[in-house]
Design a protein around this ligand. Structure first.
Ligand code: DC
Length: 211
């Protein structure tokens, strides 16, 4: 029996992080938020006053990534979102991060969330979920989060940033965001976190039973 790898992909603010973390706890697996890797690479580029759109600079930052980089407190927010999405478009950056992601699940399995886990990192994962929601629902969720910290941020601004990031993540040549052919698509537009978790557990249990 091969180790259980659960791939959770999907666009920003679809609820995949919360879901992936809960699945990991439920099935006793380690959890990796792969977006943090791209966020940390983006931060390193910004620290050096480089341009995240520059492939050479971004790849050097990815090759030099250290454990403490992914524990930085400044990996969230609009600037980090944008830089992460920009560095993630470079094939060299993505290649530099493959071995770490595969190694994370080696042996005991894992739950990983990202954009290309089911398509590129673990094409043979036993369970693949593609978690999505309407653009409006995702923008509203992210805005509720962000506006609690910064009341000046408008819903329209959050929606525009998210649309630009989705378009870049889905439109790039290197490992574009898309559901794997054998992924189960879970649309959380009308689901709260509890209902989404219940649906995801049912998918995993069904797959483990041979479905
Ligand atoms: O999941 P997240 O929002 O933290 O990801 C931040 C950015 O990183 C996202 O816009 C695209 C990129 N990313 C990626 O290309 N592949 C992954 N597996 C995870 C994230």
């Amino acid at each position: 029996m091969t180790a259980l790898v659960i791939a959770v992909d999907g666009p920003a603010a679809a609820g995949k992080g919360t879901l992936a973390r809960r699945l990991a706890a439920h099935f006793g697996l380690p959890y990796l938020d792969t977006g943090l890797l791209y966020r940390a690479v983006g931060r390193r580029v910004l620290d050096g006053e480089g341009d995240p759109r520059d492939a050479g600079v971004a790849e050097a930052a990815a090759l030099g990534l250290r454990g403490e980089d992914v524990q930085r407190p400044d990996l969230r927010g609009a600037a980090a979102d944008e830089a992460a999405s920009q560095v993630a478009a470079h094939g060299g950056v993505r290649r530099a991060l493959v071995a770490f992601q595969r190694g994370f699940a080696a042996g005991g399995g894992a739950v990983l969330d990202g954009r290309d886990i089911g398509t590129v990192i673990f094409p043979d994962a036993r369970v693949k979920l593609y978690v999505t929601a309407s653009a409006e629902a995702r923008a509203r969720r992210r805005w509720l989060e962000v506006s609690a910290r910064d009341p000046a941020v408008t819903l329209a601004a959050v929606a525009a940033e998210m649309a630009a990031r989705d378009a870049r993540d889905a439109g790039r040549d290197a490992a574009p965001m898309k559901p794997a052919a054998d992924a189960v698509v879970l649309d959380t537009t009308a689901l709260d976190a509890e209902a989404a978790f219940g649906a995801a557990v049912a998918v995993v249990v069904g797959k483990l039973a041979g479905g």
